[in-house]
Design a protein around this ligand. Structure first.
Ligand code: THU
Length: 130
């Protein structure tokens, strides 16, 4: 049986607004209550305003009061599985800590890893003096 988190990421990818890159990404984030929050990349004619699928999922979820995230799935149509970009790694660390990340493609290939393996020496609030 397909992991519901993976199915949600694949489905979210279909909503991607990516007319400039044609690179569609979906993300699905599971919170502490087991609820799945999804996101897709949303691009803009002002290219630099594009927002990645992972950040859309995290910010949607946080804005609705969700916390305690346990896993995120990221879906893209690449043979070499697509990992979160650097900016998304920073955002994921802020809200999810060392979360489990499931990378998947459309052919059913997948890999599960931890954020700390992609983002080994994070800057976070612990460095900031109160
Ligand atoms: N993108 C994501 O949404 N997530 C990733 O993990 C990698 C990149 C998006 C941003 C942009 O809309 C497109 O993919 C090409 O970079």
């Amino acid at each position: 049986m397909t992991d519901p988190l993976v199915s949600a990421a694949l489905k979210a990818r279909e909503h991607a607004h990516a007319p400039y890159s044609n690179f569609k990404v979906g993300a699905a984030l599971e919170d502490g209550a087991g609820i799945i929050h999804t996101g897709c990349n949303v691009e803009n004619a002002t290219y630099g305003l594009a927002v990645c699928a992972e950040r859309v999922a995290v910010l949607k979820a946080v804005s609705e009061g969700a916390r305690g995230f346990t896993r995120i799935a990221v879906a893209a149509d690449t043979e070499m599985l697509t990992p979160p970009c650097g900016a998304c790694r920073q955002i994921l660390w802020e809200f999810c800590g060392d979360i489990e990340i499931v990378l998947v493609n459309l052919g059913g290939k997948s890999e599960t890893l931890r954020l700390s393996s992609l983002f080994p020496r994070p800057f976070d609030g612990s460095f900031i003096e109160p």
